[in-house]
Design a protein around this ligand. Sequence first.
Ligand code: A2P
Length: 339
Amino acid sequence: MSRQFNVAVVGATGAVGNQILEVLAERNFPIGKLRLLASERSAGDFLEFKDEQVMVEELNNDSFKDIDIALFSAGGERSEKFCPIAAAAGAVCIDNSSAWRMDPEVPLVVPEVNPQDIGQYKTRGIIANPNCSTIQMVVALKPLQDCSPIKRVVVSTYQAVSGSGQKAVDELRIQSGELLNGRPAECKVYPHQIGFNCLPHIDAFLENGYTKEEMKMVNETRKILGDAGIRVTATTVRVPVFYGHSESVNVEFEGPISAARAREVLSQAAGVEVVDDLANNDYPMPIDAAGRDATLVGRIREDESCDNALNLWVVADNVRKGAATNAVQIAEILVAEHL
Ligand code: A2P
């Protein structure tokens, strides 16, 4: 029998944690023992994995004994504290939070883009999973970067509420019902009503006027694409969509690249599906990306206002490719090539 690996899922009861369990089962990841970890609130609850009920345990310093791979999705504070503890216990951590992403000793990996970086995990025992908006954008950018170096990216996002966790999914659902029935919306997760509204505000504001989410897109894109000289500017917006982030991406290249060439290259790229048939009103939409792992790219056109530039519309399921699937793909490469 081929080797099996003991896996811990930290934050198993959350939106991403739940999806990680689904993706591990779907892809038949070679799991020996599965340990589900969350806060004391969920300890003793049961979650289903492959028709079996697995009990949730409280995350603590002893949670990682005998664990080979720990998939973290319980927020930055937990990752900051417990990834080193898990790594010291011998587990390789795949961390979905932003805690370790920009650490020069931690690889930041999208398997379709920079799988070769995974091997750098050995120093700290941690591999970082990028921000959801960054993942789908670099999946679309990498095949184009291979045609001509990228000079500048201008991106605006339309991000689903599931990116803020299960509580935000519930907030949009409840607000929508209340508002349709003429009642006021109660705001707990976001500072303003998200039902039938858009908020140009994701994560905290910084001194430069950008949000943390916007700066994640700037810095993570450079790190993953391996080019610190790429100029990136982002505006990130929360929209009343449950699953699936959309992005308007304007890319300027060093040299010419036609829309036809971009379409051809993208249609052969790993993880990308070109959806770009204007005659049939066919373009990427979050309702089509939800529940899938492909990054959908469409509205591919030359920017008439700038030489050597293209416009793209990029859509993916933020909880799957933007988080859970990307983490499990990393784990697959880890077990195939490194453990
Ligand atoms: P719990 O369900 O016990 O609160 P989401 O991103 O959907 O909000 O999920 C967050 C995940 O992180 C949940 O699984 C949550 O567990 C977990 N979590 C939150 N706080 C802690 C904590 N202090 N210790 C361990 N897990 C935590």
